[in-house]
Design a protein around this ligand. Structure first.
Ligand code: MIC
Ligand code: SF4
Length: 645
């Protein structure tokens, strides 16, 4: 039986288990990437493994999230990351060099390779035919130590493309069409593989945009074949030697099919507060807009900015709108400077932002109260922008640019704009001056730590009996941004005790005080949640900080993949309700007991829980792999693995 691209790559990297959907498998990871907001913890954990040097093919450490540097904390983190990279054999991408996924695509990604990144948008690499997966920092630390990455062997949905996009209908509109079909939940342990004649009409940045936002569907990754377009892209990056052709066998079979006629795709918009809340731009045209932001790892390539710049050319941004533009990398910034696009932005009144995550993670450029912000990034969760009552709409750069001029959401296909012809770029003129390659001999390298650099978290082994309280009950779609806010709180990523004081800040500001009081009295905390708990980012802090506050279990109707793995990595039981009526019955404050916890976890059956307050017993599923069971008992992955490295 023939194989698709995903299974071909998985097969060539298989280290443990059998390649069959639903099985637990271990795959060898060729490349790792970290970014600063998750990286400090990843390297602290790597350090605690006691290895002198990374063991995987290529490890890159990017600084792109915390570049605002209000106070000393971010700069301390950067200094630590630079020194630990030099000491352990990791390439360091200096602040200003760009957003990790954009730079990785440009300078390191290679078809047929696997990569693991401590950022949920790592699948961007699928645009050049990689199996690129997002995970928590600890999983990436272990991949750097050469430990196979454990995943559930995925089902593969074929997304067959045919036809060709019409002018001003874009890759962003394609992925929003996919999101409209698949939604943001229920796609765990699934991969999207793109096939069909339409593939060759899409450039690498377009493919990367599509793979990037597959993360919003919750899939493990998304992958395109590697073809002549891939070769051209790598050649223009001066890296043609990284090219290999990769395509699905003619008789490859898949677990599902979704067909998209690219010529029928229209401008789309994801409405507040979910990337899955998709409508056509035409449906909402005329909506007044107060802010427009172009950039982020989803849409900040040279092609994206060239098109936006062409639309803005000769126009001034509406006086009702504040427009910001953030090129995805220093390479992109160099290209738009050289070809005059930057001047078009400047002349239009756009505010030029650093090549970094910036606005996307609420680091700056928060909208005004009740502001309506159009953005080209990938997430519009409530409060993520830094303004709780703002309304964030996700659109393509073309829709963003024309709407910035008009001051209202505008469908770019209806404006009589002349078609934009992209200049052919045969040489991206990349230089690696902002990459620091590690020295051959690192014995004199000193690792520099400031007061913001804490210790890796210590996890307690599972206790025989869990006596806890349902400290918080929440509803559906609680994102990691709800659990562990970023924005102004991001600078505490390396300081767990401090960062933990902000857990669930925007949901229930007294949660961390209540939880730490319980912990100090020897009472555990349990979080009760609805569907898709932990969707969004890969931030393991959404597990580490609750662990620090004494959270022993999450009981939810469902839990998203990366977050579920992070909970196991830090010894928190990820329990799911077998009967949704049990979710309805529990009230915040109920006393919950899990007796004989170690035996129950070992036994592989359902977990019995007693609600002492209401006087009844119920069962929860513990749907974890064998490896995760051992981690939960040991009190997390670090405790469990240390002996075997
Ligand atoms: C995000 O887009 O939410 C982030 C910020 O990039 C996160 C990582 C983090 O929280 O540091 C992600 O996507 O994993
Ligand atoms: Fe950065 Fe935003 Fe991309 Fe996350 S989604 S990596 S914050 S640009």
């Amino acid at each position: 039986m023939g194989l698709g691209v995903v299974y071909k790559i998985l097969r060539s990297h298989l280290k443990e288990g059998e390649l069959k959907a639903g099985n637990s498998i271990g795959i060898q990871i060729d490349q790792t990437l970290t970014q600063d907001a998750t990286g400090t913890m990843a390297y602290l954990q790597f350090e605690s493994l006691g290895l002198d040097h990374v063991r995987n093919e290529l490890a890159v450490s990017y600084v792109d999230h915390n570049t605002v540097q209000v106070g000393f904390e971010n700069a301390d983190d950067h200094r630590y990351l630079q020194s630990v990279a030099a000491s352990k054999g990791v390439v360091f991408s200096r602040p200003g060099n760009g957003i990790c996924h954009q730079v990785h695509l440009e300078r390191f990604g290679a078809p047929g390779k696997t990569s693991l990144g401590s950022d949920s948008h790592t699948p961007t690499g699928g645009g050049i035919g990689m199996v690129a997966i997002g995970a928590g920092g600890l999983d990436v630390a272990l991949a750097m130590a050469g430990v196979p990455f454990s995943i559930i062997c995925p089902k593969v949905i074929e997304i067959r493309l045919y036809g060709k996009l019409r002018p001003f209908c874009t890759a962003k509109d394609v992925i929003l069409t996919v999101l409209a079909k698949f939604g943001v939940k229920g796609n765990v342990n699934t991969v999207f593989e793109y096939t069909g004649e339409g593939v060759k009409t899409l450039s690498i940045p377009e493919r990367a945009t599509i793979c990037n936002m597959g993360a919003e569907c919750g899939v493990t990754t998304s992958v395109f074949p590697s073809d002549e377009t891939t070769r051209q892209f790598l050649k223009a990056q001066g890296r043609e030697e990284s090219y290999t052709e990769l395509s699905a066998d003619a008789d490859a079979t898949y677990d599902g099919l979704f067909e998209i006629d690219l010529s029928k795709v229209v401008p789309m918009v994801a409405c507040p507060h979910s990337p899955g809340n998709v409508k056509t731009v035409a449906e909402l045209a005329g909506l007044p807009v107060s802010q427009v932001l172009i950039g982020s790892c989803t849409n900040s390539s040279y092609a994206d900015l060239y098109k936006a710049g062409s639309i803005l050319d000769g126009n001034v941004v509406s006086e009702k709108v504040s427009l910001g533009v953030a090129p995805g990398s220093r390479e992109v910034l160099g290209l738009i400077t050289a070809d005059g696009t930057l001047s078009k932005f400047v002349a239009s009144g756009a505010r030029i932002l650093e090549s970094a995550c910036g606005f996307c993670i609420g680091n700056h450029f928060s909208p005004c109260s009740e502001g309506i912000s159009l953005r080209t990034n990938n997430r519009n969760f409530e409060g993520r922008s830094g303004t709780k009552d703002a309304q964030i709409y996700l659109v393509s750069p073309e829709t963003a640019a024309i709407s910035a001029i008009r001051g209202v959401l505008t469908d770019p296909t209806t404006c009589g704009l002349s078609e934009i012809v992209l200049p052919q770029v045969d040489d991206f003129r990349s230089d690696d001056n902002m990459l620091i390659f590690p020295p051959e001999d690192a014995k004199d390298v000193q690792i520099l730590r400031g007061p913001n650099i804490g210790n890796p978290p210590a996890c307690q082994p599972l206790s025989a009996q869990i006596n806890a309280v349902a400290t918080l009950k929440v509803g559906d779609k609680i994102t990691t941004d709800h659990i562990m806010p970023a924005g102004a709180r991001l600078k505490y990523r390396s300081n767990i005790a401090k960062y933990a004081t902000f857990v669930f800040e925007g949901v229930d500001a007294s949660f961390s005080t209540r939880a730490s009081e319980n912990r100090d009295k020897g009472i555990g905390n349990i979080i009760v949640a609805g569907q898709s708990y932990g969707q969004g980012s890969s931030r393991e802090h959404a597990a580490i900080c609750p662990m620090h506050l004494g959270v022993k279990a999450v009981m939810a109707l469902s839990i998203e993949r990366i977050h579920q793995a992070n909970l196991c990595n830090f010894g928190i039981l990820p329990l799911t309700f077998l009967d949704s009526a049990d979710y309805d019955k529990i009230e915040q404050g109920d006393e919950l007991v899990i007796s004989d916890a170690i035996r129950q976890v070992k036994a592989k059956g359902n977990i019995k829980v007693s609600n002492m307050t209401k006087g009844y017993e119920f069962e929860m599923a513990l749907d974890v792999s064998e490896l995760q069971r051992t981690m939960l008992i040991a009190g997390g992955r670090l405790n469990q693995i240390k002996e075997s490295i």
